[in-house]
Design a protein around this ligand. Sequence first.
Ligand code: SAH
Length: 227
Amino acid sequence: MVSLAQQAVTQRIQGVGMTSHRTRSRMVDRLQQQGISDSKVLEAMRAVPRHIFVDEALASRSYEDTALPIGYNQTISQPYIVAKMTELLLEHEQLTKVLEIGTGCGYQTAILSQLVDKVYSVERISALLKKAKDNLWDLNFKKVKFQHNDGGCGWPEYSSYDGILVAAAPDKVPDVLLQQLSIGGVMIIPVGQKNKQKLHKITRTLEGFDDKVLDPVSFVPFLTGKS
Ligand code: SAH
């Protein structure tokens, strides 16, 4: 027997009107027009219901291409940025193990979990991490391991990673994270202070690191410590 609580979760995931599958498909069409071309990324964006990651009061805006508040002064990243960072990461051929810093509400985590074998996700705010775990549990996504910690430490226990995706902007790329990247591995990270941030794609080579500076972006700051 399916309980009433389970039925309510299923209905919420399915959505209706501005949270329906059709609205999500329109978001995916827009992403394509904006230049996202990796079909695997587009399919993952179509599969994951973004509306369940935001408060119900904001659910009707969840498929707009905009960042939205998730509490604790943090935001869920805008769909285009989530898709772009994921696409950049997937340019790497053998992506099996990915470290994500800045779980937030878990939306980017859910997208990654559709595309790679294992996701390790670190968040410094415990209340947000709990939200993310609940969201991913409701969606039955089980490929993710979470840790409540300052992501500046990375997650040495499972290092090295062939992909690292950072969702908050430090002034400078943390050396500890660079050291947890496999040879040939790729890190996608916003770097710089407010209004001056750029997205970087850093590839670890046998000789060192190849740092490609990409588009201007706007992320919340990468903070130290945990709460
Ligand atoms: N991709 C997330 C974005 C969340 S915003 C989403 O879609 O919801 C960025 C997140 O990075 C915030 O939750 C913030 O608390 C977290 N963060 C900032 N500095 C951090 C650090 N040093 N370690 C871990 N998480 C950090």
